[in-house]
Ligand binder design. Structure first.
Ligand SMILES: Nc1ncnc2c1ncn2[C@@H]1O[C@H](COP(=O)(O)OP(=O)(O)OP(=O)(O)O)[C@@H](O)[C@H]1O
Length: 243
């Protein structure tokens, strides 16, 4: 087991958002985290990257409890986070954005790291001297992923990469996610586009009101069941757990 979350409680200051999350992710898995607005999906990703107030429970990463550690420590453990929206430096070139992403690598071989990323995303190499702000939405999302992958993480936490993208750009981004997974990376993806997410991932986990209410291979969850889970917290007839 790579990541084992037990009874995780977290939030923002006095605000409690996660009310006891249990989730296990094996090395190399592609898991999508689904759920209605405000369920706490982004909060769970942020908690795994040390960006929330830790209130209890454990996050075991390769056997060691890392709950409550801050983002820099999470990066050093091999955990990377791709935030929602495009957070790159718009008035810097792609080369420079990747340089910024490499900032925390001690004694890093920047050129080598950059070439590693360009081999993964040749589309970025072609435009390496252009401002990030001049890339299309889909290409900017790829740059976000590239900046996270540069540190060669073992797990990628990806938050709603399809937001604001055209259908073609969404297809491009999901194809790249699948390629990153095939390259051996573990992926935990939060996504509102449930159809795309379930086509790419192996396992679907549904979060509602700060708790996991469903966890199964994607094939065991129909769109109708998913709708029912979102609305009522139960799957008609065969609910695994109640909300
Ligand atoms: N920085 C913050 N400070 C305070 N409250 C926050 C913060 N970020 C999120 N919240 C609150 O936490 C709750 C869960 O938000 P979160 O973004 O985790 O949900 P989500 O399941 O990802 O929803 P969506 O699909 O709409 O993005 C919401 O009520 C939200 O208002």
């Amino acid at each position: 087991m790579e990541l084992e979350i037990n009874n995780l409680r977290a939030g923002y200051g006095h605000l409690d958002i996660l009310h006891g999350v249990d989730l296990k992710i094996r090395h190399g898995e592609f898991v999508t985290l689904l759920g209605p607005n405000g369920a706490g999906k982004s909060t769970l990703l942020k908690s795994l990257f040390g960006m929330t107030t830790h209130k209890g429970g454990t996050i075991r990463w390769k056997g060691k409890d890392i709950a409550g550690q801050r983002p820099l420590a999470m990066l050093s453990h091999g955990i990377a986070y791709v935030p929602q929206g495009r957070c790159n430096f718009q008035l810097m070139s792609i080369d420079e954005n990747l340089e910024m992403a490499a900032y925390t690598i001690k004694d890093g071989d920047l050129k080598g790291e950059r070439e590693y990323v360009y081999d993964l995303f040749p589309i970025l190499r072609k435009r390496r001297n252009e401002f990030a702000g001049n890339l299309s939405g889909g290409e900017q999302q790829l740059l976000e992923m590239a900046m996270a992958v540069l540190r060669r993480p073992e797990i990628l936490l990806v938050d709603e990469p399809s937001v604001g993208l055209s259908p073609q750009a969404i297809t491009l981004v999901f194809n790249e996610l699948k390629r990153l997974h095939q390259g051996g990376r573990t992926i935990l993806l939060v996504e509102q586009n449930t159809r795309k997410a379930m086509a790419a991932a192996e396992r679907a986990v549904v979060l509602r009101l700060g708790k996991v209410i469903w966890d199964s291979p994607v094939a065991e969850l129909s769109p109708a069941d998913l709708g029912e889970l979102f609305m009522t917290g139960r799957r008609a007839e065969h609910a695994q757990t109640a909300a």
